[in-house]
Design a protein around this ligand. Structure first.
Ligand code: DGJ
Length: 753
């Protein structure tokens, strides 16, 4: 790894074994992008990469040159208004109303490791030799504005982390209306664009289309990263696929409004922008003021989409997630939400917990409804004091009872919200976000607290701190159940209202930081009506997130499959729930619900007392299985094998670091009769090792599947020829009948000989 600087040519070459990122100071002082991709050797002079040819209708920078136009130059942080007509990385309005900027190179510095971003989540290093950071200083003299572009190259993996900082060194007030984290101009448009979109209960489903001239973008204006679009994007060079070819991933470490955009111009060059969504954003920079953008992470691979995902997984698992739980196996939990909703007493909770404990579950999580006068969605949010009618000895008493039973105890909060029917709202009606004189829209009968205000964040911290320090709580589920509307703060002046969305999310981060610092051993799981804020910003504070409110196994395979393109398995909250499922009314076999939920943090979300004895015995086996394999699942190398979006079957696998152990999850939606022969090509095994293959979780001890797949097979057979997954059902032999929504887990272990 290194940053090679050629002072004579003003060129910077960031590289490691896998990638090169090359940029240069352009003749007009702005920064130009020369190359980003597979590692190339350094050379004295890369200026030949700067292509400028005179084009008709071009607007030109220099009086004597008809060819040099920013419109046709690949840049590092393009601005609008002086010959570049593409969407800009930054826009600054000066006191005289001028919006033209010109950021020219001034200086640079190189720092070992990676500096922190104040108040913001970001990837980090533990040792200085893990990464190197280049900070390029630019200046717009007329505006008195300094811009620092920060680039970190990691020693391992094709990873570059970027962000920008604006420093007002002049004497006038400036208005920053666009401040992207990343701008990358690529020389062509030969890519497929993959976005991860959906809605509540069907989050992060990959949508693929060819990049085309014009602008294509996804984003959020909801105040949270959203169920609808994830702050993650892949550009894939056809014919790249799961196991081969070039791709670049772009991920924003941020949980608020975002924009991820590709603009392809009429000469087929592509500009990628990623950062805070400029709509509704305006930051006042007073003299001496600074603004730091969130971080964006770019990953390049020439080894296919699984490798791209694995690079993100490793980085986000080890150098974005933090704290006590980062590297630890996650507790198997039972959550009472789908078991009781708001209808519970302490005795009922203890009954659910006792059966779960008997089955080997380790943690009981008390969800919504334990506080204030919260008997429905209509009241109580904001009053973080235990409801003494339901919990006579408070949270402390219940937590102690759980501990005495041998269970850890976890608790649900929704810290950012308030119901109008609550003591908090009655005491502080001005603490919510609302536009003066306008209707206050509710979501789930609740308002959003104004987290841009320090006193609001401090007050909520005080209430949560009291509960968490007064009881044995080892886990917190932090929920957030509505999007922001009427985003106006009573505490900020008119010219700072464009800052509220961002200040809000900084307030959320501040509360997370305070709580995780004060309670370092508590495991935090983030949640936003399921997966409405499943983003890297949250992972910095909470190493796991509730993936979706949809707990149906068939839908979950899709959601978890889509989520895995960027996020590690250890981050995906996944539970077994009751059949028929509460979201879809679909009944799937208990084994399939477990076979899906294993590939995440694993837990249950139902009253196990309502299951038959046979099912309870299955649950015990499932818990044993997960305890045995959770290290491999949560911290192994994950491969997507067959997409649920492409057909009737889906498959994925995890492989241990030493490649001696692996688990394969296989899922089929509908059963067929007299089905074709099928083989599944595995990945990541050692071709020369012989593996013992065992099938588990299948419907019946049927000879065909078991005999063909089970037994000893070399890694090369399993990867190149495939694992036989042919189903036994011929339609004639009843003993072999499979069913809809079937699934299997294959356990692979290398032979010791
Ligand atoms: C939405 C969450 O996603 C659910 O798991 C549950 O916690 C409810 N909120 C409680 O209101």
């Amino acid at each position: 790894m290194g940053i090679i600087i050629n002072n004579k040519k003003d060129t910077f070459h960031l590289c490691n074994q896998e990638i090169s990122y090359i940029m240069t100071v352009l003749p007009n002082g702005q920064m130009g992008q020369l190359y980003f991709g597979k590692r190339i050797r350094d050379r004295e002079d890369f200026s030949y990469l700067l292509e400028t040819i005179g084009r008709p209708m071009a607007s030109c920078v220099f009086d004597t040159d008809k060819a040099y136009s920013m419109e046709h130059i690949k840049q590092e942080y393009g601005v609008f208004g002086a010959t570049d007509y593409r969407m800009p990385a930054a826009e600054v309005i000066q006191e005289n109303g001028n919006r033209v900027s010109e950021f020219c190179f001034r200086d640079y510095r190189v720092e070992p490791g990676k500096p922190k971003l104040p108040g913001l989540p970001a990837t980090y290093t533990e040792k200085e030799d893990e990464a190197e950071t280049l900070v390029i200083g630019l200046e717009d003299e007329r505006a008195g504005l300094r811009l620092e572009l920060m680039y970190t190259v990691f020693a391992k993996g094709g990873i570059i982390a970027r962000s920008a900082r604006f420093l007002n060194r002049g004497e006038q007030n400036l208005r920053l209306t666009t401040a992207m984290s990343l701008c990358l101009d690529l020389p062509d448009s030969g890519y497929d664009w993959i976005q991860f979109s959906g809605a509540w209960a069907r989050e992060r489903q990959p949508k693929v289309r060819r990049l085309e001239q014009g602008i294509q973008s996804v984003g959020s204006l909801r105040g949270h990263s959203s169920h609808n679009h994830n702050p993650f994007l892949i550009l894939k060079r056809p014919p790249a696929d799961g196991s081969q070819g070039e791709a670049v991933g772009f991920s924003l470490v941020y949980s608020g409004n975002f924009l991820a955009q590709a603009e392809v111009d009429t000469y087929d060059t592509t500009r990628i922008l990623m950062g805070i969504h400029p709509h509704g954003f305006e930051w006042k920079l007073e003299p001496g003021g600074e603004f730091q953008t969130p971080e964006a992470v770019i990953v390049y691979t020439d080894r296919g989409l699984n490798h791209l995902s694995q690079t993100f997984h490793r980085l986000y698992r080890k150098r974005l997630a933090r704290g006590y739980w980062r590297d630890r196996e996650r507790p198997i939990l039972i959550n009472n939400w789908e078991a009781t909703y708001f209808d519970f007493t302490e005795d009922k909770l203890l009954e659910i917990a006792e059966k779960a404990r008997e089955c080997g579950v380790e943690l009981f999580v008390l969800d919504d409804g334990w506080f204030g006068r919260r008997s429905s969605e209509h009241s109580g949010l904001g009053d973080w004091i235990a409801n003494s009618e339901r919990l006579p000895d408070g949270i402390a008493g219940l937590a102690q009872r759980m501990e005495d039973m041998g269970m850890k105890f976890g608790l649900w909060f929704e810290p950012e919200m308030v119901n109008p029917d609550s003591d908090l709202y009655r005491a502080h009606p001005d603490w919510i976000l609302s536009a003066p004189g306008y209707r206050r829209s509710h979501g789930r009968y609740q308002y959003v607290l104004d987290f841009s205000r320090r006193e609001v964040v401090d007050h909520i911290f005080g209430m949560m701190e009291k509960i968490l320090s007064g009881a044995k709580v080892s886990y917190v589920k932090w929920d957030m159940n509505r999007s922001i509307t009427e985003c106006y703060s009573a505490a900020l002046p008119a010219d700072r209202q464009g800052e509220v969305y961002h200040r809000y999310i900084l307030g959320v981060y501040d509360l997370y930081e305070k709580l995780t610092e004060r309670f370092p051993h508590v495991l935090f799981e983030s949640c936003a009506s399921g997966g409405g804020r499943f983003d890297p910003g949250m992972l910095y504070y909470a190493p796991q997130a509730w993936t979706s409110d949809d707990t149906d196994a068939v839908e979950r395979v899709k959601i978890q499959y889509g989520t895995s393109y960027c996020y590690p398995i250890s981050s995906m909250g996944s539970h077994v729930s009751i059949a028929p499922n509460h979201q879809l009314n679909r009944s799937t076999p208990l084994r399939t619900r477990a076979n899906t939920a294993y590939f995440g943090t694993f837990g249950y979300e139902l009253n196990l007392n309502l299951l038959s004895e046979g099912e309870q015995a299955q649950v015990k086996e499932q818990v044993c299985f997960m305890k045995k394999y959770r290290r491999l699942i949560q911290f192994g190398t994950f491969y997507r094998l067959q997409s649920p979006f492409d057909g009737n079957t889906a498959a994925w696998m995890v492989v241990s670091g030493d490649r001696r152990e692996a688990l394969v999850g296989w899922y089929r939606t509908l059963v067929g009769v007299n089905m074709p022969y099928t083989r599944l090509r595995l990945q990541g095994l050692d071709p020369g090792l012989e593996y013992h293959v065992e099938v588990q979780g299948s419907y019946v001890e049927g000879p065909s599947v078991h005999e063909a797949a089970a037994g000893m097979h070399y890694g090369d057979e399993l990867m190149y020829l495939g694992l036989i997954t042919t189903d036994g059902s011929s339609g004639e032999n009843e003993g072999l009948q499979s069913c809809d929504f079937d699934s299997r887990i294959y356990i692979l272990k290398a032979n010791d000989r």
